[in-house]
Design a protein around this ligand. Structure first.
Ligand code: ADP
Ligand code: MG
Length: 246
């Protein structure tokens, strides 16, 4: 469902991604682990094209774009790719001036031009799914971090993206609130949502990811089934990093 091939990304002189390839099969979850600064967020941002790679190819479902010297893509192509993905951020990034329900409706109404009633009904159903229906009229500032993140997950799912990208979705939460977010993501995984998620949360990664990619200094050091990568890492750098996770 997601295929990243030989992705290169540099900011000025700094090469942040040095030929990264990752594949996420449909209806499966891949965890992206690695030290801070290894390029995890940048790689996720290359999937939804918030960052454009200098080289490589990005495929999400039927959308596929090649990057390299001389390639240019139309705004329509970039938007189509972006719309095939939903993104959940570490710090939730809800719109503070909109209620929970309005946050989930926003993209449907303003971008996809859905009628408000239809958008509201869809938002309600998604809020129900993430256990936030009772808080539909609440303001983000009055929610716990876990509630804000569950709302952000509902918002990311609203346009029915083909894949969900999560950038450290539990790392701003204390363990109890992280647990409720892990529960929601685990439920989505069981329902067959395709996900690529950067995380330092061993509980999150080991409970829902079938595959793990270990990124270090912009390169894939090791990738494989979660059980073997966590249980019997092959490379020394992987062993050290996995041992450092709690
Ligand atoms: P991670 O998410 O694994 O911590 P990031 O993808 O955020 O890593 O960052 C990888 C490297 O890229 C870091 O050295 C970071 O400083 C650099 N970087 C990320 N975004 C930018 C940017 N917009 N401009 C310049 N450097 C950036
Ligand atoms: Mg990051």
């Amino acid at each position: 469902m997601i295929a990243l091939e030989a992705i290169h990304k540099q900011f000025g002189d700094i090469e942040v991604l040095r030929g990264v390839s990752v594949r996420v099969p449909e209806r499966s979850v891949t965890a992206l682990i690695g030290p801070s600064g290894s390029g995890k967020s940048t790689l996720l941002r290359c999937v939804n094209l918030l960052e454009l790679p200098q080289a490589g190819s990005v495929t999400v479902g039927a959308n596929s774009l090649e990057f390299g010297a001389g390639t240019r893509h139309s705004r329509a192509e970039i938007l189509a790719m972006r719309r095939s993905t939903g993104m959940v951020f570490q710090n939730f990034q809800l719109f503070p001036h909109l209620t929970v329900e309005e946050n989930v409706m926003e993209g449907l109404v303003t971008v996809l031009r859905w009628p408000r009633d239809q958008a509201r009904a869809h938002a309600r159903a998604l809020l129900d799914k993430v256990g936030m229906a009772a808080k539909a009229e609440a303001w983000p500032a009055n929610l716990s971090g876990g509630q804000q993140q569950r709302t952000a997950i509902a918002r990311a799912l609203a346009p029915s993206p083909q894949v969900l990208l999560c950038d450290e979705p539990t790392s701003a939460l204390d363990p109890e609130l992280a647990g409720e977010v892990v529960e929601v993501l685990a439920q989505l995984a069981r329902e067959g949502t395709t996900m690529l998620m950067a995380t330092h949360d061993l509980r999150l990664a080991s409970s829902i990811a079938s595959d793990v990619v270990f990124l270090d200094r912009g390169e894939v050091v090791e990738a494989g089934p979660a059980q073997s990568l966590f249980g019997a890492p092959q490379r020394e750098r992987t062993k050290q990093f996995v041992a450092s996770l709690s």
